[in-house]
Design a protein around this ligand. Structure first.
Ligand SMILES: *Cc1c(COP(=O)(O)O)cnc(C)c1O
Length: 233
């Protein structure tokens, strides 16, 4: 019997699901949703994940996601696509047309563009606000102090904001950031929390993540993995 990449991916998928569920149960939580981050992964790996039953995928670039997923929509009507990378206002319409959840709403100008795009495209999606919990100058996300204002403006624009997302600073223990994001979500009545990647998704789940974004831990290393995972390149 030959051992194929698709065996690996279905095994890793099962393993991640098991670990994430165990982490959730250890704190009395429900089953977290795995968002399989497929950016830069090869076609065979993506097919393997689909064959193994995965339907929720994350991408960090609009154009790459269009190439990979637009045509597949026809074959998999239960696909759920999350945008997890930064979004420019000039790509708002393309993003609204393709994605189901945009996790990276982080500024008023973008909220306005997305509201307009929803009207033009005739499609409504769900949003998470990305919070720059580490207040890092180079990182996307609204500062924690700006969250209440952005949230109320986004709601006024008619955007359906369901949760929060963060990418903790690489050099700091992630737990404090996960706990902080969970508190912010609770304070603002937001039920969904996207946090945790390959290295720390179990930890994130113990802090209340409802969605974990796992890429290399599921699919294997990306071609440019050495650049840094989780950082927008
Ligand atoms: C690439 C990426 C991930 C997945 O990172 P891995 O370490 O490969 O699991 C998660 N979230 C975001 C925002 C990313 O850009």
């Amino acid at each position: 019997m030959t051992h194929t990449a698709s065996d690996d991916i279905s095994q890793r998928l099962a393993d991640i699901e098991t670990r994430a569920l165990a982490a959730a149960q250890s704190v009395g939580g429900g089953k977290p949703q795995l968002v399989a981050v497929s950016k830069m992964q090869s076609e065979p790996r993506i097919v393997a994940a689909l064959d193994a039953g995965q339907r929720v995928f994350g991408e960090n670039r609009v154009q790459e996601a269009q190439t990979r997923w637009a045509a597949r929509r026809g074959s998999y009507d239960d696909l759920v696509l999350h945008l997890v990378g930064p979004l420019q206002t000039n790509k708002a319409e393309a993003a609204i047309a393709l994605f189901d959840v945009i996790e990276t709403l982080d500024r008023l100008k973008l909220a306005r563009a997305l509201a307009k795009a929803q009207d033009r495209v005739g499609r409504s999606v769900r949003f998470y606000i990305q919070v720059n919990t580490g207040e890092e100058a180079q990182k996307a996300g609204v500062l924690p102090s700006g969250l209440p204002g952005l949230l109320s403006e986004a709601r006024e624009l008619g955007l359906q904001v369901c949760g929060l997302m963060c990418i903790p600073p690489v050099a700091e223990p992630a737990g404090a950031h996960f706990a902080f994001l969970a508190r912010l979500a609770e304070r603002h009545g937001l039920g969904e929390l996207s946090m945790g990647m390959s290295a720390d998704y179990e930890l994130a789940v113990r802090f209340g993540a409802t969605h974990v974004r796992v890429g290399s831990g599921l699919f294997g290393a990306r071609p440019s993995q050495s650049v840094a995972s989780g950082v927008q390149v």
